[in-house]
Design a binder for this molecule. Structure first.
Ligand code: MN
Length: 494
C-alpha cells in the first residue's frame, strides 16, 4: 500500500492537562504530545493524517476544540490522551457536543520507569495511569461509545489498533450523507431486504432514494456511440473476452455509462437494481454492475439498499488495502461430512476486485427475469481469509452480523457461468449457519478479503448499533443468551 494514500482524512490528536503544574510542565506536555502525534502520523499502519492540536487546559478550550472538530469536513475523529491529570468535569460540555468518533489512547510518553532518576517532578508529568482513568470515568458516565487502546505509542499493536479505528472512522464519515439510488423497488414479497429508511437516515446517515427505471433508460439512451466503443476497447485490454458476438457486451457498456452519468449528476455512490423491475431494459445489469462495484460503488441486488450501502462503506474503509470487497449471496451448500462449505455467488453481480486472475467476460442466458442473455464477468475467488457482514432491520433498530470465513478452492465448475467463492465459515458451517439463522441474518452480505471483525466492531460502535460476531468462539447456547440479552438492552437503551 502507498503510505497515506487516504491522506485527505484527518484525525486530531488532543491532549488533556490543566494549569496546576505550571508553565514548565505544560511545555513538556506539549512537546511530548506533538512527538506522539508525529509518530502516529508517520506510521504506515495508520492510513490517515494525524494532526497535533495544542494541549487543552480549560473547559472553554475543550469545548472549542470539539466544536471545531464537528464543523471541520476533513476531521473524521478525535484521539484523546491525558498526559497528566485533566479534571474530567472540564470535558463534559465538549464531549456532550462532539459528533465525531472518539478513540481514547491510554499510553505514556516514556516506556519504562527511570529507576535511578525518578522524582516527584517526573511523577507529576507522567501520570496518564491515573489521568486517563479520570477521563475514562467521564466517558462511561456520559455513556459515550468510544474505542480504548492501551499500550506504548511506539508499539506496532497500538498503532495497528489506531489504524483499524481510523478505517472505521473513514467508513462512518462516508456513511453520513451517503446517497443510495434504488432503481425500482425491493423484490416483491421479500422480507429481509426491507427496512425503515427513516431509521437508516437518522442512525446511519443514509439518503435512500427511489428512481423509476425509465430514468436509467433515458440516461443510457443519451450515451454516445463512440463512448461505448471506447469502453469496449478498455474491456478488451483489461479482461479476457470470451464472447461470440459483441452486441450483448456493448449493451452492458451502455448500461455502465448511463448509470455512471446518472450517479455523477445526482451524487449517488451506491445503488440497487431489481430483476422484477427492468421495464425498458434489454438485459439485467450484470457486467455493468460488476464494473461499477470495481470502481468503488456499493451495490445490492433485488432492491437491497442496506447491503448496497454496506458494500460502499466497506470499500471506503478498505482503501489501499490488499483484497477486494463485493456484494454476495449464500447460494448452495456442499455438505461434505468432513468439512462442509457454502458456495457464494449471485445471478451475476459479484465484484471483480475479488478475482485472482483476469476475469473473463461471457454471455449466457439467465433462467429468470425474461430478458436477453446478459454479459457478465466469470471468475473464482482464490483461497484466503475473508469475512462477511450483513445488516438487518429488527424493527426499531438495526443489527449487524459478521462472520470470518476461509475461502477454499472449489472443484472445477465448467457449467456454472457466474463469479463464485467457496468457503468454510468460522467456527464451522453447522454452527455458523445455526447462529446466523437465529440472528435473522440475511442471505445477502457484503464480503471482504481486506477488513477484519475489529474494523466492523469499531464501526458498529460509532453507529451505536448492535453487532453480533460469529467466530471460532461461538457456542449456540451462549449465542442464544446474547440474542435475548441484547433484545432487552436495546429496548431499555432507547
Ligand atoms: Mn439475491
Amino acid at each position: 500500500m502507498t503510505p497515506k494514500q487516504t491522506q485527505n482524512y484527518e484525525v486530531w490528536f488532543v491532549t488533556g492537562s490543566q494549569h496546576l503544574y505550571g508553565a514548565e510542565t505544560l511545555h513538556h506536555v506539549n512537546e511530548d504530545s506533538s512527538a506522539i502525534a508525529a509518530a502516529l502520523n508517520a506510521s504506515e499502519r495508520i492510513p490517515v493524517r494525524v494532526i497535533f492540536k495544542p494541549v487543552l487546559t480549560t473547559p472553554d478550550e475543550i469545548t472549542g476544540m470539539c466544536l471545531s472538530a464537528n464543523s471541520d469536513g476533513r476531521c473524521i475523529g478525535i484521539i484523546a490522551w491525558m498526559h497528566t491529570f485533566s479534571p474530567a468535569k472540564m470535558w463534559i460540555t465538549g464531549l456532550g457536543m462532539l459528533n465525531k468518533p472518539l478513540l481514547h489512547l491510554h499510553t505514556q510518553f516514556n516506556r519504562g520507569i527511570p529507576w535511578d532518576d525518578i522524582d516527584m517532578d517526573f511523577m507529576n508529568l507522567n501520570q496518564s495511569a491515573h489521568g486517563d482513568r479520570e477521563f475514562g470515568f467521564i466517558c462511561s458516565r456520559l455513556r459515550l461509545n468510544r474505542k480504548v487502546v492501551v499500550g506504548h505509542w511506539q508499539d506496532e499493536k497500538v498503532q495497528e489498533a489506531v489504524g483499524i479505528w481510523s478505517r472505521a472512522a473513514m467508513g462512518f464519515n462516508e456513511s453520513r450523507g451517503l446517497k443510495i439510488c434504488r432503481f425500482g423497488d425491493n423484490m416483491r414479497y421479500v422480507a429481509v431486504t426491507e427496512g425503515d429508511k427513516v431509521e437508516a437516515l437518522k442512525v446511519l446517515g443514509w439518503q435512500v432514494n427511489y428512481h423509476g427505471v425509465g430514468e436509467l433508460v433515458e440516461s443510457m439512451n443519451a450515451v454516445a456511440a463512440q463512448e461505448i466503443e471506447k469502453l469496449m476497447g478498455e474491456y478488451r485490454d483489461k479482461y479476457s473476452f470470451a464472447v461470440l458476438k459483441d452486441d450483448p457486451v456493448r449493451y452492458q457498456a451502455r448500461i455502465e455509462l448511463g448509470m455512471k452519468a446518472f450517479f455523477e449528476r445526482n451524487g449517488y455512490r451506491a445503488f440497487t437494481t431489481n430483476f422484477e423491475d427492468l421495464f425498458g431494459l434489454e438485459q439485467l445489469p450484470g457486467l455493468a454492475v460488476q464494473r461499477l462495484m470495481e470502481q468503488g460503488y456499493g451495490f445490492g441486488a433485488e432492491g437491497d439498499w442496506k447491503q448496497s450501502a454496506l458494500v460502499r462503506i466497506m470499500k471506503v474503509m478498505a482503501r489501499g488495502m490488499e483484497g477486494g470487497c463485493s456484494f454476495m449471496e449464500d447460494y448452495t451448500y456442499h455438505l461434505d461430512p468432513v468439512r462442509p462449505s457454502v458456495l457464494n455467488a449471485h445471478m451475476l453481480e459479484i465484484c471483480p476486485s475479488l478475482a485472482g486472475q483476469k476475469p473473463s467476460i461471457e454471455v449466457h442466458p439467465l433462467g429468470i427475469g425474461g430478458k436477453d442473455a446478459p454479459a457478465r464477468f466469470v471468475f473464482t475467488v482464490p483461497p484466503g481469509r475473508g469475512m462477511v457482514a450483513t445488516l438487518v432491520d429488527m424493527g426499531g433498530r438495526m443489527r449487524m452480523i459478521v462472520n470470518p470465513v476461509e475461502v477454499i478452492t472449489p472443484m472445477p465448475l465448467p457449467k456454472l457461468p457466474v463469479a463464485r467463492a467457496l468457503w468454510v465459515p468460522e467456527p464451522d458451517l453447522e454452527t455458523s449457519a445455526h447462529a446466523w439463522i437465529l440472528a435473522g441474518g440475511a442471505h445477502h452480505t457484503s464480503f471482504t478479503m481486506a477488513l477484519t471483525v475489529e474494523h466492523m466492531q469499531d464501526l458498529a460502535e460509532m453507529f451505536g448499533i448492535e453487532l453480533l460476531i460469529i467466530d471460532k468462539n461461538t457456542r449456540i447456547t451462549d449465542f442464544k443468551k446474547e440474542l435475548r440479552n441484547n433484545h432487552v438492552y436495546y429496548q431499555l437503551n432507547k
